[in-house]
Design a protein around this ligand. Structure first.
Ligand code: FES
Ligand SMILES: [Fe+2]
Length: 339
């Protein structure tokens, strides 16, 4: 059975996947207000260690200030120079490379070069953002008043209880860009309907006809039995708008994605494994994930080209397979105030 939504709500028009104004609205309504996973807390474990990242067009820097994690906009208060250019490093203070204003790691302006007393430091502290760690994973948000990360994760915390995440070690990271709107990729992630056609290798391993996506608020839990009848010991978890966490007894794959622009998306992978995991096993797991991503990227980019052509008309969603797609669409609409 299918539900024809072409004449009403449900499948949105192609323009929402291409329009720069729509992208700006989503950037502010979604990514400026949500947590984004950017890696692991081990990346900023030592005093002075920093990490800079652009999330959905927002430049942010996370720093370890004598044991306290802080996040700021990576934007100097003088005339918008970058505080740090490198993706990561260690520093004792932030010194803007444009004109040399300097800030303590708590964001306080300590030196406005050649200004003397004309600048009141209390008016020019760095603009704060939010940062939090959960079980070794690191999250940021442009919103300085982001709600509690544990509450945001919701059922993900419950589903991950039995996995010893803190004992895993980061072994691989990779970054992948695709020419597709972030929602094309988010929606693709939410259904197993395409697996037999797009992922023949995965299709040989799992019974994709029994692929299930259970929704729980802004979280989905994915399940699919293996073909050999083995017990699936993993948990495949997703949280709106752009986090996927695949957990196994011997490791995890954190996937985080966000828009680079109206029609481009970045996907970042962090792979962690239990100490002692053979390198060949870890490398095979990483290669498998990246191969699946490459297959998804190819189909998402093809869909994006058709959406941009002006010839794509709204279609229909399968209640059996595509409830997760409808969830993405409804969460975006709700964030934009459309109910
Ligand atoms: S923009 Fe940073 S010191 Fe001028
Ligand atoms: Fe896929």
């Amino acid at each position: 059975m299918t539900v024809d939504r072409s004449g009403g709500s449900g499948v949105p028009p192609a323009v929402i996947y291409t329009d720069p104004l729509r992208y700006e609205s989503e950037r502010r309504a979604v990514f400026a207000r949500e947590w984004t996973a950017v890696g692991t807390a081990s990346q900023v474990a030592t005093p002075g260690a920093f990490l800079s990242v652009w999330v959905a067009g927002y430049p942010l820097v996370v720093v370890n200030d004598a044991g306290t994690l802080r996040a700021f906009q990576n934007v100097c208060r003088h005339r918008a120079g970058p505080l740090v250019d490198e993706a990561s490093g260690t520093c004792g203070r932030f010194v803007c490379r444009y004109h040399g204003w300097a800030y303590a790691l708590d964001g306080w302006l300590t030196s406005a070069r050649d200004f003397g007393a004309e600048v009141d430091p209390s008016r020019f502290s760095l603009t704060p953002a939010s940062v939090a760690a959960w079980r070794g994973l690191l999250f940021v948000s442009p919103d300085p008043a982001e709600p509690d990360l544990g509450a945001w994760l919701g059922p993900i915390a419950r589903h991950s209880t039995h996995f010893p995440m803190e004992t895993f070690e980061v072994t691989h990271r990779s970054s992948h860009d695709m020419e597709a709107n972030w929602k094309v990729y988010a929606e693709n992630y939410q259904e197993g309907y395409h697996i037999p056609l797009v992922h023949p290798g995965l299709h040989r391993q799992i019974d994709s006809s029994r692929y299930e996506v259970a929704t729980d608020g802004p979280v989905t839990v994915h399940r699919a039995p293996t073909r050999n009848g083995a017990v699936t010991e993993g948990a495949w978890l997703w949280r709106f708008p752009g986090m996927a966490l695949n957990l196994y007894p011997s490791g995890l794959c954190l996937e985080s994605y966000w828009p680079l622009g109206p029609t481009s998306t970045r996907v970042e992978y962090t792979f962690c494994f239990a100490p002692g995991t053979p390198a060949t096993e870890a490398e095979a797991s990483v290669a498998s994930s990246v191969a699946i991503l490459d297959e998804d990227r190819a189909i998402c980019e093809a869909v994006q080209r058709n959406l941009a052509s002006g010839m794509a008309r709204p279609g229909v969603l399968s209640p059996r397979h595509e409830a997760g797609v409808a969830l993405v669409q409804s969460l975006v609409a709700a964030a934009l105030g459309g109910g």
